[in-house]
Design a protein around this ligand. Sequence first.
Ligand SMILES: C[S@@+](CC[C@H](N)C(=O)[O-])C[C@H]1O[C@@H](n2cnc3c(N)ncnc32)[C@H](O)[C@@H]1O
Length: 313
Amino acid sequence: MSATHDLKELVRGRYGEAASRVRAGGCCGSGAASPSCCDPITSNLYDAAQAGEVPDVALQASLGCGNPTALAELETGETVLDLGSGGGIDVILSARRVGPSGMAYGLDMTDEMLSLAEENKRRSGLANVTFLKGEIESIPLPDNAVDVIISNCVINLSGDKDKVLKEALRVLKPGGRFAVSDVVVRGEVPPAVRRSMELWVGCIAGALSEEDYRAKLAAAGFEGIDVEITRVYGADDARAFLASEGMDVDAVAKDVDGKFASAFIRAAKPASCCPPEAGIRSACCAPASADGTSCCAPAAMATANPAGKATCC
Ligand SMILES: C[S@@+](CC[C@H](N)C(=O)[O-])C[C@H]1O[C@@H](n2cnc3c(N)ncnc32)[C@H](O)[C@@H]1O
């Protein structure tokens, strides 16, 4: 078995247990029934208005590190995809934003989470919600299918982040938005401290630095990349966990304080209608016209794709 496979099974087991805990009336995240299991990462991410829009169980199953639906600016009629949708809180909130003429997909690989999400869909009474079983490294949707990709603390769990970002670009429509919450590392952190902090924040596969996130998004083909820090963690937040790992928390505090943060990461798929093999993206086609027929200037199109507008646009 490969290391990536083992990692995936570890993640699946962990979130399967989390879903079963919520089902049994235990706690998990933002809506934690018992304060003893609240943590500074998953707690207080949703305001009272949003909390009122989702079933209690969906709130209790919240395991994210941000609130992508609050920052993503969803429009009526849009199609949204949530990568690693868990109990479905962000899918349900998105479905309300895009309305009955839109659609909110949630993708998750863990059966227990999917069944919790289906139960939350039923409780919400929403029809424009679809949960899909699958992996974020191989998204079971066609090319150019969604307007917005959201995700809440999931990409850091993947052992192949480049593949996830490539898949995200593929399924987004031209001009589609990537609007994701994730944990990032800022600056140098000694390896042992980094590993313990990553376990504390739940980034089993390792968090990316801000710079690496930007570089990977750009390499996948995204543009308009922006990383906005939304919540910064310090040694005191992780004190109990680090101590349980045998660390002298005061001694490592300087290596921890401000080094791990939740961030909101924005990017866009180029609005180009040129196929990748043309080798020219937005330079030849932006901005697209509303009807999608006049996005290439004739001269640029001739250079980019001598076959003509039909294949370019
Ligand atoms: C940290 S929880 C976040 C859940 C949800 N986004 C939220 O905010 O509550 C991670 C979720 O991602 C799913 N997941 C992790 N890695 C995945 C992968 N490679 N493909 C599909 N789902 C994955 C897990 O099953 C789990 O439900």
